[in-house]
Design a protein. Structure first.
Length: 242
């Protein structure tokens, strides 16, 4: 596959999957954000940090309309970034992925990346609505989350490479090694420093919707890129792109 075509496929696939992600988030995550921000506003009024007056609500509505209107655009931008990473990984690993066609291979890789760089870090540091978390710890929390993504992703890559050097009957040891490694990292990494003060039903429902939103991206990118690759790549033995 030519480099220009590869880049175009990756960008379009990421943008489309990102648009789907943004739309799903708007539909299922935003209502919980509204609830969480509503609780946050009540706390601001109770503490005296803000006044419950028409000007506050006018500014608030203007901000939320702007925020919501950019949901799909933000999804597209994120989709292009993550889609680029996904496309590069797919091009490099395509021949070693199981599956009879590019759609199957792409969906399998999307599932692997969903588990290693999203689900496992999410289980350690789950998403929280705006009512949870101290502003003073946001940098620390971001570092912990990004670090765990890097640990999980890098660990998966290393143990995948190690498994390639093993005999066919022993390749499962790579998966076992990764499982031991990530479980160890899971317990060694520090806990989220912030207490949860919001209602747990709201927090849990927000987290579930967040998982569904991100999952919609990985399913979409796997299917869309696989379909494009299957359509435009005429070589059956290509290692990726030229």
């Amino acid at each position: 596959m030519k480099s220009a075509l590869f880049i175009l496929i990756v960008i379009v696939s990421g943008a489309l999957a990102g648009a789907i992600h943004g739309t799903v988030n708007f539909a299922i995550v935003e209502p919980y954000l509204d609830q969480a921000i509503g609780i946050e506003n009540e706390n601001l009024f109770a503490s005296g940090e803000e006044d419950d007056n028409p000007q506050f609500w006018a500014d608030y509505e203007e901000y939320r309309v702007w925020q919501k209107s950019g949901q799909v655009l933000a999804g597209i931008i994120l989709g292009v970034a993550m889609g680029s990473l996904f496309g590069i990984v797919y091009a490099l690993s395509r021949n070693s992925l199981p599956g009879k066609n590019d759609v199957t291979k792409s969906v399998i890789l999307a599932g692997i990346m969903w588990i290693t760089i999203y689900l496992i870090p999410f289980l350690k540091y789950p998403a929280n609505p705006p009512t949870v978390g101290d502003a003073e710890t946001v940098v620390l929390r971001s570092i912990l989350y990004i670090s765990f993504i890097a640990i999980s992703g890098f660990g998966a890559f290393v143990f995948y490479k190690l498994s390639q050097k093993l005999e066919k009957s022993k390749k499962y040891l790579g998966l076992v090694g990764y499982a031991i490694f990530i479980i160890t990292a899971f317990f060694v990494m520090p806990e989220n420093p912030d207490e949860i003060t919001a209602p747990m039903n709201l927090v849990n429902e927000f987290r579930l919707m967040s998982v569904l939103g991100v999952t919609s991206f990985w399913i979409s990118i796997g299917i869309i890129l696989g379909l494009f690759w299957n359509k435009f790549d005429n070589s059956n033995s290509s290692n990726g792109y030229t």
